[in-house]
Design a binder for this molecule. Structure first.
Ligand SMILES: CC(C)(COP(=O)(O)OP(=O)(O)OC[C@H]1O[C@@H](n2cnc3c(N)ncnc32)[C@H](O)[C@@H]1OP(=O)(O)O)[C@@H](O)C(=O)NCCC(=O)NCCS
Length: 150
């Protein structure tokens, strides 16, 4: 079973940090006092996490990571969508992130565009009014009963 859980500022972040340290080799930092963390569990085990914070007029997403053994099961996609849903529910004008260049395609699937690129990281943005969480819209699965052909 897959479940998601939010950890607001001041929460016990041990489960979010177990994923963060396994994926990024980093633990608690100053940003956690301002950020909301989200954890996705696979059969009750923390498998993926990410965080969201407000800075300089934008919402920022970061540290979206999935344990290596759990990749390719759409858990990263779920973390990203949960973070975007939270930003949208706060009427985000814009969502930004910095990510390794090799993950640019993961974010551009949901509409993120490049703001600037450097060797180590690419900064991307998504206007709040372009957040689109309906995964059916971009899915071309043939014969899907969810699709209403017009
Ligand atoms: C990037 C990462 C979060 C993806 O998580 P994941 O759970 O393996 O990805 P998902 O299974 O949710 O993939 C969803 C979709 O994105 C695609 N995708 C996944 N990783 C991708 C990548 N690096 N580039 C382009 N597309 C990617 C998948 O093919 C899938 O496409 P589909 O819907 O057409 O089938 C994961 O690989 C990871 O933790 N990487 C290391 C940490 C990192 O670099 N984080 C990113 C920025 S902070």
């Amino acid at each position: 079973m897959i479940q998601g859980k939010w950890f607001p500022q001041g929460s016990d972040l041990s489960e979010a940090l177990s994923v963060r340290s396994a994926v990024f080799g980093r633990g608690l930092d100053e940003l956690d006092s301002q950020a909301q963390n989200v954890v996705v569990y696979l059969d009750e085990v923390p498998a993926a996490s990410g965080r969201l914070w407000w800075q300089d007029g934008s919402f920022w997403l970061g540290d979206i990571g999935v344990l290596e053994a759990c990749r390719g099961k759409k858990l990263g996609d779920l973390v990203l969508r949960l973070l975007l849903f939270k930003a949208q529910s706060h009427y985000a004008r814009e969502v930004r992130l910095c990510a390794p260049p090799e993950t640019e395609g993961f974010f551009s699937r949901l509409g993120f565009r490049e703001a600037r690129a450097a060797e180590q990281a690419v900064e991307m943005f998504l206007p709040g009014d372009e957040i689109e969480l309906d995964s059916c819209k971009s899915c071309r699965k043939a014969g899907c009963p969810n699709r209403k052909e017009s």
